[in-house]
Design a protein around this ligand. Structure first.
Ligand SMILES: N[C@@H](CCC(=O)N[C@@H](CS)C(=O)NCC(=O)O)C(=O)O
Length: 200
């Protein structure tokens, strides 16, 4: 399998999950400014032009973060990163959808150089409200869905990283701070941080 990624981008989520699962893969960096990678035109790999993109051993290409995450979790169900059935599975998907649509996508304007600082502040305030919901969800729990680490935890970790880098004021959300430290300390997360920062 090949994971097309950009350092620190949302592709860090499946990258962490690949490491958590101990699956065999090659990580291929993509330049998102000109949509190229070592092999050439990235649009030929994924016509949408974005990461994460997962190329399977069959050469089929999967896109959309939460679909890639489900695909990976199902390659190793024994790791229990996503329940196999029942309401608990839908609770996990509900949380993944909340993070991808309500949090991830709201960062867009904050990363956009053409958006004014005043407008970015509107999105920071909006994001703060969304993170408040997640902070409440974490109350009394080690991880988002309970006592076990699962797919949404890796996604929240990357979003918290972005919030810290882009000055979204989430410092008062102590459950998120604790969660961030716990996920950051996991060996799989540490390996990905090192790999994506070019230290390995
Ligand atoms: N809907 C996609 C969005 C992925 C996405 O926003 N990727 C960003 C990086 S975090 C990207 O590659 N942007 C470059 C581009 O769109 O050209 C998903 O959920 O996977």
């Amino acid at each position: 399998m090949h994971l097309y990624y950009s350092p620190g981008a949302c592709s860090m989520v499946p990258h962490i999950i690949l490491e958590e699962l101990g699956l065999k893969y090659e990580a291929i960096p993509v330049n998102l400014k000109d949509h190229t990678y070592l092999g050439g035109d990235f649009y030929k790999v994924n016509p949408k032009g974005y990461v994460p993109t997962l190329e399977l051993d069959t050469k089929q290409v999967l896109t959309e973060n939460i679909v890639i995450l489900q695909y990976l979790a199902e390659m190793k169900p024994e790791a229990k990163l996503l329940p196999s059935s029942g309401i608990e599975r839908f609770r996990h998907l509900e949380m993944l959808t909340f993070i991808t649509t309500e949090i991830h996508k709201s960062f867009g304007p904050i990363f956009n150089d053409k958006v004014s600082d005043a407008d970015k502040d509107i999105y920071r305030e909006h994001l703060k409200k969304r993170f408040a919901i997640v902070d409440k969800q974490l109350e009394g729990k080690s991880f988002l869905m309970g006592s076990n680490y699962s797919l949404p935890d890796a996604y929240l970790f990357v979003m918290t990283r972005w919030a810290k880098a882009k000055k979204v004021d989430i410092g008062g959300y102590l459950n998120i701070s604790k969660h961030f430290e716990a996920v950051q300390a996991r060996p799989a997360t540490q390996r990905v941080i090192a790999l994506e920062s070019g230290k390995k």
